[in-house]
Ligand binder design. Structure first.
Ligand SMILES: O=C(O)CCC(=O)C(=O)O
Ligand SMILES: [Fe+2]
Length: 200
């Protein structure tokens, strides 16, 4: 691929190494997720096989930082997102019971977000998290989001724990959901309404 910058010369290798390590991490997380859902890990094995990296730079805003957002409220359309808050500048907030809660960055940890596709697959046992990014008045913020998604040709359908369990989401094609997600503006968890069956 001809898009890699030549400077810094370590960039490509570092990004590729990081990406590969995260693929392994996503695989390990999936095994734990399968355990919590009481299903065989093989059932989830193809749910995180593709990865997209987004590197975000949020410049400081000295005049009116409270009037700007770095990222509008949204949930991720992925299965799992693994976030690195590179310089540990606070900005990420999650929505809990209608309130925005700041997430304190930890330099020694990655942050894992549940995406919409995991909410569908788990029939709502895992909930994708609505989040946004605010801007700091004095400090720039840098992050890398790694979105883990299934193959575009695949289908995500809810795994039900028992025969009595009510199916709350319909099965969606991964490509179909991705199209819908990107066609919508970032508006909280609105894209997920598409997959919700009536009654929730
Ligand atoms: O920069 C962040 O902390 C989060 C970015 C984000 O929500 C995203 O890339 O989807
Ligand atoms: Fe996000």
């Amino acid at each position: 691929m001809s898009y890699w910058p030549s400077q810094p010369h370590t960039f490509r290798n570092s990004v590729e190494d990081y990406s590969m390590e995260l693929m392994k991490l996503a695989q390990t997380l999936n095994v734990f997720i399968a355990k919590t859902l009481d299903v065989a890990p093989e059932l989830l094995a193809d749910k995180h096989v593709a990865q997209f990296l987004r590197m975000s730079y949020y410049p400081p805003c000295t005049s009116m930082p409270e009037k700007v957002l770095g990222f509008s409220p949204h949930s991720d359309g992925s299965f799992l997102t693994i976030l690195l808050e590179i310089n540990s500048v606070q900005g990420l907030q999650i929505r809990r019971s209608g309130a925005w809660i700041p997430v304190k960055p930890r330099h020694d940890a990655l942050l894992v977000n549940v995406g919409d596709l995991l909410e569908i697959l788990s029939n709502g046992k895992y909930k994708s998290i609505e989040h946004r990014v605010t801007i700091n008045a004095h400090k720039e913020r840098l992050s890398i989001s790694a979105f883990h998604v299934p193959n575009y040709g695949g289908i995500i359908s809810p795994i039900l724990g028992t025969i009595e369990e009510k199916m709350l989401y319909k099965a969606v094609g991964v490509e179909e959901y991705a199209r819908l997600y990107f066609a919508n503006k970032l508006e909280g968890k609105k894209a997920l309404d598409y997959a919700k069956l009536s009654g929730i």
